[in-house]
Design a protein around this ligand. Structure first.
Ligand code: PLP
Length: 352
């Protein structure tokens, strides 16, 4: 016997690298633009004496600001430390059936990690060859469903009327739609939370609001769903969101113009990237996110990944079934993308 016999052993999620040196970083879908100037202002003027006090357990000011911004009641809003925190709590709260939960086989690689951690049975449902979700696959007995829309790392958006069928035809399961990338031109299912009490929408500040480092995520749903999540959260740690982050997150919501402007810039660069990459011999599904999922007609993805890294350009590559010949390329500034295109052109020509 040893204490190690009683250790909970897990294989953790592996995030993209955060290099120490200055590189062109197109590997973790961060926003290339800084947060709104209003965030800088509120943090610069923050009354440090306030840190003496515990924060509000519901991220008070931020939860209310989010409710107002999205036209909801504050009891329809859950705030967490990034959407990873929100999703982990949602898995723990809602996925306690003996039946398998369902999610796509090519998707955010944290879902199976949480399922393993919480001992939730799961089945990965195969996307078709165009990386599309087949709705019928989700109309079978299940213990819950989680789908990102747009999906990651494919970038593919599923029509919300189609996804609604999954929600409508699974009234006995909670359906989580992970909308981490929805602000880059996709359609949100948020309005449907008033129609379906089993629909939970999860969003984040990390991508479209340029605040991955602040760690703010949120869930929207029927007040009963939100209450159950809060009960679990308050059984682990009530004070997860600190006062500085609450202030920063609230300020960001007040700057709609900046938000629109930066999202539009990312979208414009993404569209230009699709065209340029196709000229260079890449193929990719149509992305509605802040990344593209590209494969080259002749050069293996792993070779491009390694060569780009040596040239100081970080991309994301997984040595995984069905996607090992693909690169996920985050959308940076126009200058960063131009540097990528220049590198690729030279590299592809040199390979002949
Ligand atoms: C980035 C991402 C998240 C997590 O983001 P947070 O930084 O924890 O808010 C969740 N789901 C998907 C699909 C993502 O790509």
């Amino acid at each position: 016997m040893s204490w190690e016999d009683n250790v909970k052993r897990v294989v953790p999620y592996v995030p993209g690298e955060q290099p120490k040196s200055k590189v062109i970083k197109l590997n973790t879908n961060e926003n290339p633009y800084p947060p709104s100037p209003k965030v800088r202002e509120v943090l610069s003027n923050y009354d440090i004496d306030e840190l003496r006090l515990y924060p509000d357990v519901n991220a008070g000011e931020l939860g209310m600001a989010l409710a107002k911004y999205y036209g909801l009641n504050s009891n329809q809003v859950f705030v967490g430390v990034g959407s990873d925190d929100v999703l982990a709590i949602a898995f723990m709260t809602f996925f306690n059936s003996d039946k398998e939960i369902l999610f796509p086989d090519i998707t955010y690689s944290f879902y199976d990690v949480w399922a393993d951690l919480y001992k939730i049975p799961y089945r990965m449902v195969e996307l078709n060859d165009d990386f599309r979700i087949n709705i019928e696959d989700y109309l079978v007995p299940n213990g819950g469903i989680v789908i990102p829309n747009p999906n990651a790392p494919t970038g593919v958006e599923k029509d919300v009327r189609e996804l609604e069928k999954i929600v409508a035809k699974n009234p006995d399961s909670v359906v989580i739609i992970d909308e981490a990338y929805v602000d880059f031109g996709a359609t949100s299912m948020l309005p449907l939370i008033n129609k379906y009490d089993n629909l939970l929408i999860v969003q984040t500040y990390s991508k479209s609001r340029s605040m991955a480092g602040a760690r703010i995520g949120m869930a929207f749903g029927n007040e009963k769903l939100i209450k159950y999540m809060n009960d679990v959260k308050f059984s682990i740690n009530s004070y997860t969101m600190n006062r500085l982050t609450v202030a920063a997150g609230t300020a960001a919501l007040e700057d709609e113009e900046y938000f629109k402007e930066t999202c539009d810039k990312v979208i414009a660069t993404r569209e230009r990237t699709k065209v340029r990459l196709r000229e260079l011999g890449f193929d990719m599904p149509d992305s509605k996110s802040n990344f593209v999922f590209a494969t080259h007609e002749s050069i293996p993805a792993s070779d491009i990944f390694n060569a780009a890294k040596s040239a100081g350009i970080y991309l994301r590559w997984w040595n995984k079934d069905r996607i090992s010949n693909r690169l996920r390329i985050s959308i940076g500034t126009d200058e960063e993308m131009d540097a990528l295109f220049a590198f690729l052109k030279e590299y592809i020509e040199a390979r002949g």
